[in-house]
Design a protein around this ligand. Sequence first.
Ligand SMILES: [Zn+2]
Length: 100
Amino acid sequence: MNTLPDTNAHLSMTDIRWLVNELNTDRARLARALALMDETLGDEAATTRAQLESQHDAVLAALDRVARGSYGLCERCGEAIPYGRLLVMPEVRHCVGCQR
Ligand SMILES: [Zn+2]
């Protein structure tokens, strides 16, 4: 991705590239898990599948925020989400205060 907007908050291009890499890895892993579940598992896996699917959606939404330049900002209060928090949960949408 060479055309990232330079408006992704407080994050350096290096930070962003690292986090985007994490997000893409998660996206691939989750998409694969969802496909396998559809092939091999029955209704008892529905809850797990729903969780994976919402995780997958969150990852896609995060990549979309990167593309729009709003990644790393809390969706509720607009504050910058600390890099350490993003490293643990690259797809996170809210700062610690708003998550509660
Ligand atoms: Zn917030």
